[in-house]
Design a protein around this ligand. Structure first.
Ligand SMILES: [Zn+2]
Length: 292
């Protein structure tokens, strides 16, 4: 195969993810046929994987959508492009701008993860236009995705901010809390950013103590998920109660309690790692109950 064939093939594979701020361009047909965002899902295979067919497979790939020149376009590895458009850019027929959170809520993770990657890079591009060391306009490093300051030589890379989700069990009960800032009224597992010099396990213990006043110990890894608002990597850890009674801090956490699989308050949005971990923990509790 010639070099030109390689180029042509790469172009044929190129996927363009288009963003307008925190909104992604989505094929309208891919969003049809999904249940309401707050619909409960049964444990096991999510019923919302089924519809859509071809529209679903290319839900976020806007390569074929007639769009104007982007204000910024970054080539990522694997033939993906992250294209940014200014506010006011109209969506072409058959497409719509959707808040990316709504996309996560509506589409399976395997479809939105590549777009989440592109969105995180696009957000990093727009927030790294100036050098953090000397304030000069930044340039791009030609051979990798990084910023290189032409004035002082400072090199900077896309930032990833790790955050833990603490899935704390006390016997057959799971700790859920309502964050004072959550507008949806959903209850979730406790979450917090990892601090410099801290292990993931140390972060679990500190966050749980700070937010609800109990001692807890991390017991294992459950899963992870990039969360591009703007650059988190969520890491789920299981944990067990050690001592103390729940005393929400009243600032970040408004209410907290211990819940079972059949008596819990409203859960976080479908598609989020927190929702998946909570459902996994409840399933585990149910299974353990059946065995007894
Ligand atoms: Zn500089």
């Amino acid at each position: 195969m010639s070099a030109r064939d390689d180029t042509v093939n790469a172009a044929a594979r190129a996927r363009r993810f288009a963003f307008r701020g925190a909104e992604a361009l989505v094929r309208s047909a891919a969003l049809d046929g999904y249940p309401a965002p707050d619909a409960e899902t049964a444990a096991g295979a999510p019923p919302w994987e089924a519809p859509g067919g071809e529209a679903l497979a290319s839900a976020l790939d806007s390569s074929a959508a007639p769009l104007p020149e982007p204000s910024d376009c970054l080539a990522l590895g694997g033939g993906a492009l992250a294209a940014s458009y200014p506010a006011g850019t109209e969506a072409p027929d058959g497409w719509e701008w959707k808040p990316f959170r709504a996309v996560i809520n509506a589409l399976p993770e395997r479809l939105w993860l590549p777009a989440a990657r592109a969105m995180a890079y696009a957000a990093w591009r727009s927030s790294s236009r100036f050098c953090g060391r000397c304030g000069s306009p930044n340039g791009d490093k030609p051979d990798e995705i990084a910023r290189l300051c032409p004035a002082c030589g400072a090199l900077s890379f896309p930032r990833i901010s790790p955050a833990v989700l603490a899935v704390v069990r006390r016997g057959d009960r799971l700790l859920l809390a309502r964050n004072a800032s959550f507008k949806t009224g959903a209850w979730s597992v406790l979450a917090g950013f990892v601090e410099p010099g801290e292990t993931l396990e140390g972060c679990v213990s500190r966050e749980v103590m700070e937010e609800v006043g109990i001692a807890a110990r991390a017991t294992g890894y459950m899963g992870s998920q990039p969360w591009p608002f703007p650059d988190q990597l969520m890491v789920g850890l299981s944990a067990e109660w050690v001592s103390g009674e729940l005393e929400p801090d009243g600032v970040e956490i408004a209410e907290a309690g211990w819940f079972g699989p059949d008596d819990h308050p409203p859960l976080p949005m479908r598609g989020s790692l927190s929702r998946r971990l909570i459902e996994a923990a409840f399933e585990d509790i149910r299974t353990a109950g059946t065995r007894r």
